[in-house]
Design a binder for this molecule. Sequence first.
Ligand code: ADP
Ligand code: ZN
Ligand code: ZN
Length: 726
Amino acid sequence: MANDVYLQVAVDVPLRETFTYCCERPLPTGTRVAVPFGPRRVCGIVTGPSAPGGLDPARIKPVLEIFDDLPPLPVSFLEMVAFAAAYYHHPYGQTLFTALPTALRQPGNVRLPDRRHWWLTPAGRETPPPAAHRARRAVWQALAEEACTLAALRPLAPQASAILKAWLAEGRVASGEPAALSFREGPVLALNGEQQTVLQALAGALAQGFSAWLLHGITGSGKTEVYLQLMARVLAAGQQVLVLIPEINLTPQLIERFAARFPDTPLVTLHSGLSDGERLAGWVDGWQGRAGIVIGTRLAVFTPLPRLGLIVVDEEHDTSFKQQEGLRYHARDLAVWRAHQAAVPVVLGSATPSLESLANVEAGRYRRLRLTQRAHGAARLPEVQLIDMRRKKRTEGLAEESVEALRTAQRAGQMSLVFINRRGYAPVLACTDCGWTSGCPHCSSKLVIHLPERRLRCHHCGWDAPVPGSCPDCGNVDIRPLGEGTQRLEAALTAMLPEARLLRIDRDTTRRKDDWDQLYQRIQAEEVDVLVGTQMLAKGHDFGSLGLVVVLNADSGLYSADFRATERLFALLNQVAGRAGRADTPGRVLIQTQWPDHPLYQALCRHDFDGYARTLAEERQAARFPPYCSQALLRADAPDLKDAMAFLDRLREALEPLAEGIEIVGPAPALMTRLAGRERAQLSFESCSRQRLQHFLSEAVPQVEAAARRASRSLRWSLDVDPQET
Ligand code: ADP
Ligand code: ZN
Ligand code: ZN
C-alpha cells in the first residue's frame, strides 16, 4: 500500500502544533479520521495537506481510519476555531475539540438518527397486505396516511426496518428527505411605536452585510417580540437564525414561545443538559441546514450554519456567556466575530447592557436601539424602596416592614417573591464561645448549612460533612447558624405567615430535569403566595401577577474586591425588580440594606441605569480598568501558594523585556485563594491597545509553556483573555 500523501491533522492535546500523518489518498480539509498518537488511537481532524519537511518519511505514521459518516467539517467552522485559538491563545487542537460536540470527539463513526421519510408508491398503495399479517398491515396503514420515519413505525412493528427493506426491493415504498416545509408564522402582537422603530432599523440591516446592534430595552419592553418579528423575515427568506441565551435551565417557556411563533420551522436547542446523542443530532441538523432556528447556550456559538442570516444574543451582559475553564471564550464576542465572518447582523439584547457593549457603542462599533416603555398594556415599572436596616429590629433577617408588606400582598391575593442569593439554611455555623466558624478544609470559603439533610456543604468544591454536635475547637455545644439562606428563610416565613402557601426555588429544589416545570406550573396555576428563591428566579420569566419583591442580603456585592461586582449586582437587582408588576398590577420592590445611600441603590430607585452605567464607566476609565484597557490574566495554582507565586514572579521577570506598552500587575493571590485544595495566584497583563496585548501574548505564551515544563508537576497554569472574574 503506497502511503504517499501527507496530511496535517489536529488532535485534542495541549500542544500548539498540528501533526503530520500519511494516507494513501488525499483527504479534504475537515475530514474526521483516527490516528495513532503515542500508544493511543485518537480522533483527528484533517486541517490541510502537509510536507514531510525535516521528518523521516519512514517514521510518519499512517491515518488508521477515515470517518465518512458525515461530510468534512466546513471551512468557515475551522476558520472560526482558528480565530478563537489565536485570540484566546489556546492550543488549536483543544480549541477545535471544544467546539465539536462530544460525540464527534471520539475516534469512531457516529450514529445519527435516521431522518428519512418513507411513503407508499402507487404500486404499494394498490396492494395492501392481508389483514392477517398484523405488523405489515400496521406499517402499510400508517404509510397510507402520511410519510413516516422509521422511528415512527417501530412502535407499530418492531421489524419495520426489515419490512421496508423488502418493500423497497419490490418497489412498493420509496424514501427520501422530508419535503422542506413552507414558512408559517403564528399570531404576532401589534408593535408599539418604539418597537416598530427598532424593528425597522434592524430589518433594514438584513441582507446588508455585517452590522452589530445593542438593543437596550427595559425588562418587559418587548425585546423578545422584536426578535421574533425580525426572525420571521430571516426565516421567510430561507435563512437560519442563531439565538444565544444564558446558561439557565429555566428556558422551556422561551423555547415554547419561539416554537409557537414558527410552528413549521425545525427548531433545535443546544445546551449542556442534553445527552451526547441529542446534542450531536441538533448540531448536525444546524450544520446540514435542516434546522431553521438554533437556540442554545454559549457552546452553540460554534454550530456550523450554512444559511445563517441573523444572530441574536439575549441578555448579552450575562456572565454565563464566558466559559471559565479550558478554552475561556466569550460567546457574545465570538458571536460578533461570527456575524462579521458570515456578513450578517448581530443583535445584542439587554435591560442592563455590559460596560463592554456600551463602550463599543461609544466607539461606534455597535449601534444602540432603545425600548424605554413596558410593552404590555398598563404594566408600569415597579416602585423601588429601600429599608434602612441599620437600626431596625429584625426577625430571622426580615424587617417588620417586609413581613407586613408580604402579609398585605397575600391578603390582596398577590404573589410575592423573597429574593436571597444564598441557598441552604445559613451561610456559616459559628461557635458562640471561641469564635470558630465552619470553614471548608479545601477552600477559602465557609461551609453552608443544609438543614433538612443536616449537612455542611461547600458551594465551591462540593465538600460535604455532617453538622457537628459541638465546636470542633473547644467542645462548646452552643454552636449556631449565622446569616440566612433560602431554607432558613422558608422556615421563618412559614412561621410568620402561617396562611401563606410558600414555594422555595433554588438549585436544591430544581435538581432534577422536570422539577422546574412542575414548580412553574404551580406558579401559573396561582397556587403560590410567596416564592423564596435565589437568582434562578431573576431571569427571564413572566410570573404574571408578581406584586411584591423583597430583596435580602444584597449588600455583600457593594464593596467586593472584584471591580465588576457592582455592575453585576445592578444587573441582578434590576432583573429581580423587573419581575414585579409585569402584568396589570403595579409592582413594589423592597430592598433591605445597611447602605441606603449607596449610589447603586439610589440609581435603582430612580430606574436610572444610564446614570449608574456612566458613573461606573468613569470609575473604570479613571482606574484604566476594562473595558478601557485590554486585560489578560495568567493564573497559576499549586498545592502551596508560594509555589504559584514563585512561578509567576519568575515569569514576570522574564516577560518584562517584551512588555512594551503593557503593564504587568502582580503576581498576587487570587481573591479566593484556596479552592478545592489548591492555592491560586495571578499575574495581570494590561494595555490600552488590544492589538499590542495580543502581540505580547503571542510572544509570552511560549515562554510560559517553557517555564511550566521546568516547574514542578503539581503546578498548573491557564491564560484568561478578557477575564470576567478577578
Ligand atoms: P422583554 O423580552 O423585553 O422582557 P417581552 O417581549 O417578553 O419583553 O414582552 C414582555 C411582555 O409584553 C410579554 O408578555 C409580551 O407578550 C408583551 N408584549 C410584547 N410586545 C407587545 C406588544 N407590542 N403589545 C402587547 N404586548 C406586548
Ligand atoms: Zn468553640
Ligand atoms: Zn470547598
